[in-house]
Design a protein around this ligand. Structure first.
Ligand SMILES: [Zn+2]
Length: 143
């Protein structure tokens, strides 16, 4: 996959506005929502829907699990040019959809700041190569 294809694929997964929002797909037959937006068939086993529409997902959730990345991930993950800095990886259960969405925490957040069940809010940030991605921060945090 080319770098441009990667960027456009990821950028279509969220709306990078003043209130960043993940973009999922919703089955027009049963209303089931999917993220990332990759559905061909509805994942609801009781539904055979194949038609989907793009829908914004809730921006808030509860921290479901977390860890940190103490070692630089191998290519093709974008490599930092300077010294590698560990970051927190979080799994957040969306309040409304009850889906679990992975992502990085904002760089200001350390493992000691996190606890399972705490309210989290979607925001955006950049990877080492400048690619804009969604990230998570404690809800109400101004960072
Ligand atoms: Zn469906």
């Amino acid at each position: 996959m080319t770098e441009a294809a990667t960027e456009s694929a990821i950028s279509s997964w969220f709306d990078d506005g003043p209130e960043p929002t993940l973009l999922g797909l919703q089955c027009t037959t049963c209303g089931n929502k999917v993220f990332p937006p990759r559905a061909i068939l509805c994942p609801n086993p009781a539904c055979s829907g194949t038609d989907f529409q793009s829908v914004p997902l809730g921006r808030f959730g509860k921290l479901w699990s977390f860890t940190d990345a103490q070692y630089a991930p191998p290519p093709p993950y974008p490599a930092a040019t300077g010294e590698y800095e560990a970051f927190a990886l979080v799994a957040v259960e969306l309040d409304e959809e009850k889906m679990i969405v992975l992502g990085q925490a904002v760089p200001e957040v350390n493992l000691a700041d996190l606890s399972v069940g705490m309210p989290m809010e979607l925001t955006t940030g950049t990877l080492a190569d400048g690619t804009v991605v969604w990230k998570w921060k404690p809800a109400g945090d101004q960072s």
